[in-house]
Design a protein around this ligand. Structure first.
Ligand SMILES: Nc1nc2c(ncn2[C@@H]2O[C@H](COP(=O)(O)OP(=O)(O)OP(=O)(O)O)[C@@H](O)[C@H]2O)c(=O)[nH]1
Ligand SMILES: [Mg+2]
Length: 299
């Protein structure tokens, strides 16, 4: 993010850095009243190297405007020690890094059960109320992540590589039935057309709730594919708005966030006192519940 950015952005950047490294108590201390959600959330997921960052850079440029501010949050699976792909993402997203209508932040992912960082919900919550109309979340898909991202975002874009057998893998994992929009990336590579046809067959069966997921091919040298993706995202947002129960959506997100915080807190307690793990299940459960009580300072 650029040094010349306005104060609210610097404040957000600092808040995200704090949350990225915070334990549960600090995370909670930072969360005030939840502002009314005003950002629409787009999740872009797919295998490592599928072309997500390249796609997001193009997409953010197409979607931003003077009255449409875009935030990009990339959950980076690289070890926080190496910082390798954080730099890589910066380079790939360089073209948009200085745009006043686009804010980009890459956060190293921490352990989680599902491939998303365990604090993604907290990071997204912290981004509300900073004047963004839309946030694009990049996360590496590992099969389970796609289901989680479903809860956290409004529109799920699944990016698949043509020559990798990605479609078959995705079908096996059952994730080919959960995206709102499918992208076959790197369409300049062989096998893209065939793959589009294959996914289309699956997507055609997936119209139960009235949305027919489009299958779009993109290539970094061809803006047209990204323009089609841009239009498809807008169409999905419109469809969703007319159909979705906003209260139920917010409740599902609150539930996910609370479950995540409690699971992390329990991990913290068990890590602080390994001998708890020698108790029988009942004893361990009771000990954890007792230690979860925030008035106890010794946990
Ligand atoms: N041939 C071709 N290569 C592409 C295209 N888009 C991206 N790449 C290359 O594919 C590699 C991965 O692209 P990224 O956009 O970083 O992919 P990613 O999914 O964000 O990768 P991770 O964040 O590391 O999981 C890079 O070397 C890109 O230059 C494309 O349309 N065609
Ligand atoms: Mg990336």
């Amino acid at each position: 993010m650029s040094e010349t950015s306005s104060n609210p952005r610097r404040a957000l950047s600092r808040a995200l850095s704090r949350i990225a490294n915070a334990d549960v108590a600090e995370t909670l201390a930072q969360q005030g009243a939840v502002p009314t959600p005003e950002m629409s959330r787009i999740g872009v997921t797919g295998a490592p190297g599928a072309g997500k960052s390249t796609l997001i850079a193009r997409l953010a440029k197409l979607r931003k405007g003077e009255d449409h501010k875009i935030a990009v949050l990339a959950i980076d699976p690289t070890s926080p020690v190496s910082k390798g792909s954080i730099l890589g993402d910066r380079i790939r997203m360089d073209a948009i890094a200085d745009d006043p209508n686009i804010f980009i932040r890459s956060i190293p992912s921490r352990r989680s059960h599902d491939g998303l960082a365990d604090n993604t919900a907290d990071l997204l919550a912290a981004m509300e109320g900073h004047g963004f109309d839309e946030v694009i979340l990049e996360s590496v898909g590992v099969g389970q992540a796609e289901y989680t991202i479903r809860t956290l975002v409004d529109t799920v874009v699944l990016v698949l590589l043509p020559e990798s057998g990605d479609a078959i893998q995705a079908m096996k994992a059952g994730i080919l039935e959960m995206a709102d929009i499918y992208v076959v990336s790197k369409a300049d590579l062989p096998g893209a057309e065939l793959m589009v046809a294959e996914i289309q067959q699956v997507a055609e069966r997936q119209t139960a709730d009235g949305w027919a997921p489009p299958v779009i091919s993109t290539s970094r040298n061809d803006l047209e594919g990204f323009a089609r993706l841009d239009a498809a995202i807008s169409a999905h947002a419109k469809w969703r708005k007319a159909r979705m129960d906003e209260t139920a959506t917010q409740r599902a997100r609150a539930r996910y966030q609370a479950q995540g915080l409690i699971a992390r807190r329990i991990d913290e307690i068990m890590e602080a006192d390994n001998s708890l793990l020698d108790l029988d299940p009942r004893g361990l459960f009771d000990a954890l519940i007792a230690k979860l009580n925030p008035s106890r300072r010794d946990a």
